[in-house]
Design a protein around this ligand. Structure first.
Ligand code: NCD
Length: 309
C-alpha cells in the first residue's frame, strides 16, 4: 500500500506523480472532514511554529488557520526585527531552539535555499512557505488542486503563465509539478523576465509541452490563465522594475475576448497586473484558489506529522 514518504516539503521536485495524485485525493477527503466538523482534533496537542521572515498574508494565515482547524496550536515569529536573527543569530541556531518548542515548522525566508538549511538543522518536519525567488511548493499544490477543481482534469489543457516568470517562485514550483501531466504551457513574459533556463531544462522529455512569447494576446488560446505580480522586491535595479512593472494588465476586455470558459488564477497579492474589473466575471477563480490554501495545508500538516485520516 502507498505511504506518503515525505517528512519535509521543500521543493515540488521531491514529488512523484503518485505523491501529487495522493495529495489531491486527500484534499477532497479533508474538504469533507472540514465541512462535517470531523477534522477538528486530528492534530490535537501538536504545535506549529510559524516562522515568517518575509511579508505574507495568505500563506501565513492559511497555515495558522489550517493548524487551528485541526485542533493544533500555533506559535509564531513575524519579520527579522522581532526575532533574534536581528541580533545576529543564525537560522541554524534559531531552528535548534524552535525544535524544542514545536512539533513542526513552516518557514518563509528571503534567501533561496534557506528552508533546506532550516530542515537540515532539525529532526522535526519543515515546510517551505517560500524561499526568495526559489520555491513555494505548498502554493503549487493548492494551484494544482484549484485547476483540477475548476477544469475537472489536469490533462489536455492549455495553461498560460503571465508576468514575472524569472523571479516568481509560485511559477517555479507549479511548472515542476505540472510536468507529470499532459498540458501545454504558454509562458508569457517580457524578454527580461523569462523563465530561467534551468526550469526549462527540467521539463525536457516530460509530458508537458511549452512555448514562450511576449504577446499577451496568447492568453486567448488558454483554458487557464495564471497571472503573476512583477516581484518588485527581487530586482537588483529598481529602475528596471519601474520600466517593466506595467508590461501587462489583464482586464475584463482581454478576458471577454478569451475562451468562454477560461479560468483566471493569481496567487495574490495583485498590484496592477490584474484589474479588479475581472473579479465579477465567472472566470475569476483567484479568491477560491486562496480559500483552497487552508484545506491543502491541513492535508500537508497531517501528512508531514504522520497523522492518518
Ligand atoms: C506569492 C508569494 O509569496 O510568492 N504569494 C502567495 O504566497 N500567495 C506571490 C507573490 O508574492 O507575488
Amino acid at each position: 500500500m502507498y505511504q506518503f514518504p515525505h517528512k519535509n516539503i521543500l521543493d515540488t521536485d521531491q514529488f512523484t506523480k503518485q505523491d501529487l495524485d495522493f495529495i489531491l485525493e486527500k484534499t477532497n477527503i479533508m474538504k469533507e472532514l472540514l465541512h462535517s466538523g470531523k477534522s477538528f482534533g486530528l492534530l490535537h496537542g501538536k504545535l506549529l511554529a510559524s516562522l515568517f521572515f518575509e511579508a505574507s498574508t495568505r500563506t501565513r494565515l492559511s497555515f495558522e488557520s489550517a493548524m487551528e482547524r485541526l485542533g493544533g496550536r500555533v506559535i509564531s515569529t513575524v519579520g527579522f526585527q522581532f526575532s533574534s536573527i536581528s541580533k545576529g543569530e543564525t537560522l541554524y541556531d534559531t531552528m535548534k531552539m524552535v525544535e524544542a518548542y514545536a512539533d513542526i515548522a513552516v518557514i518563509r525566508h528571503p534567501v533561496e535555499g534557506s528552508s533546506r538549511i532550516a530542515a537540515g538543522a532539525v529532526k522535526m518536519p519543515v515546510i517551505n512557505a517560500g524561499d526568495g525567488a526559489g520555491q513555494h511548493p505548498t502554493q503549487a499544490l493548492l494551484d494544482l488542486y484549484t485547476i483540477l477543481s475548476e477544469k475537472g482534469t489536469l490533462e489536455n489543457i492549455t495553461i498560460g503563465f503571465v508576468g514575472d516568470l524569472k523571479y516568481g517562485r509560485t511559477i517555479h514550483s507549479l511548472i515542476k509539478a505540472l510536468k507529470f501531466y499532459k498540458v501545454h504551457v504558454v509562458l508569457i513574459s517580457p524578454e527580461e523576465l523569462k523563465l530561467p533556463d534551468d526550469y526549462k531544462k527540467n521539463l525536457l522529455g516530460s509530458a508537458l509541452s511549452f512555448e514562450e512569447t511576449t504577446d499577451i494576446k496568447k492568453i486567448w488560446d488558454c483554458d487557464v490563465i495564471y497571472v503573476t505580480r512583477i516581484q518588485e522586491e527581487r530586482f537588483p535595479d529598481h529602475k528596471e522594475y519601474d520600466r517593466l512593472k506595467e508590461t501587462y494588465k489583464v482586464n475584463k476586455e482581454l478576458i471577454l475576448a478569451s475562451k468562454k470558459n477560461t479560468t483566471v488564477l493569481h496567487p495574490l497579492p495583485r498590484v496592477t497586473e490584474l484589474s479588479t474589473d475581472v473579479d465579477d466575471l465567472p472566470n475569476a477563480a483567484y479568491f477560491k484558489q486562496a480559500e483552497y490554501g487552508v484545506i491543502v495545508r491541513m492535508v500537508l500538516l497531517c501528512l508531514c506529522l504522520g497523522k492518518e485520516f
